[in-house]
Design a protein around this ligand. Structure first.
Ligand SMILES: [Zn+2]
Length: 252
């Protein structure tokens, strides 16, 4: 996860605001512990007696990858939460509709995939509000859960999130962090180390336009997904939307 986030950061390195980040050019919340320090209300995992793991997919909807991800989820009978970029939801309403029609949840990944720890408070509020509105057209309450892009948050973001009645969701493991081992190994290994109550991050979206443009080939994620869900199933675990997991336990 850290490796991937670091690589992504290098590929699209934003201008550093030294006043906001006196410690230098690094983002301050690159680990679960740091994210928890900054935003104690944020969800990283859930204490639960159910054999559930939350599956979450970021950055879509994307016509190249989202349909394939939905097909695999259907084949394994799993539910998931799609933390969608608002501008991508507006560009692909058919996919947003399909996600919800197949029993998954659509949630808030901001409107334009801005690094929220690097923009002012008004922009944070605008991104969270517009992201929620884009999602609400398909999943009325789905946008109340937010994933700050790349998990980069701050005390300002935590405050804005709380004022708007939203809650951030982070993750315990990331499928793409293991892809250098090849998709089959990655899927199996990540599936083997997931524990009940944990939150998996993966990506169904490759393309994002705007201030932080990206164009990423997600074929590795798609190829790894069956092995991951097979491994999860063999261990008696079930993939569910993060909303279901939160409702079935105590988030922390
Ligand atoms: Zn993202």
């Amino acid at each position: 996860m850290t490796g991937l986030a670091g690589l992504c950061a290098l590929l699209a390195w934003p201008r550093v605001d030294e006043a906001l980040h006196p410690g230098g050019p690094g983002h301050e919340t690159d680990s679960p512990a740091l994210r928890h320090d900054v935003d104690p209300q944020g969800i990283t995992r859930v204490r639960t007696s159910r054999p559930w793991v939350a599956l979450t997919f970021d950055d879509g909807p994307d016509p190249r990858w989202t349909p394939g991800v939905l097909d695999v989820l259907h084949a394994y009978g799993c539910g998931a939460t799609f933390f969608a970029v608002g501008s991508n939801v507006e560009a692909h309403p058919d996919l947003a509709r399909r996600i919800v029609a197949e029993g998954h949840r659509l949630s808030n990944h901001t409107h334009d995939h801005l690094w929220l720890d690097r923009v002012d408070q008004a922009t944070v509020t605008e991104q969270l509000t517009r992201g929620r509105a884009a999602v609400a057209a398909y999943d009325r309450e789905g946008g109340e859960l937010v994933r700050p892009p790349r998990g980069w948050t701050s005390r300002t973001v935590a405050r804005c999130t709380s004022r708007l009645g939203l809650r951030s969701v982070f993750w315990t493991d990331c499928l793409e962090s293991a892809l250098s081992d090849g998709p089959l190994t990655a899927g199996t290994e990540v599936g083997m180390r997931l524990r009940a109550g944990e939150v998996l991050l993966a990506h169904d979206g490759g393309r994002v336009v705007g201030a932080n443009p990206q164009e990423i080939d997600r074929s590795g994620t798609l190829a790894a997904l069956p092995a991951l869900l097979e491994s999860v199933r063999r261990r008696g675990l079930v993939g569910v939307p993060v909303q279901d997991l939160v409702a079935a336990g105590t988030p922390h």
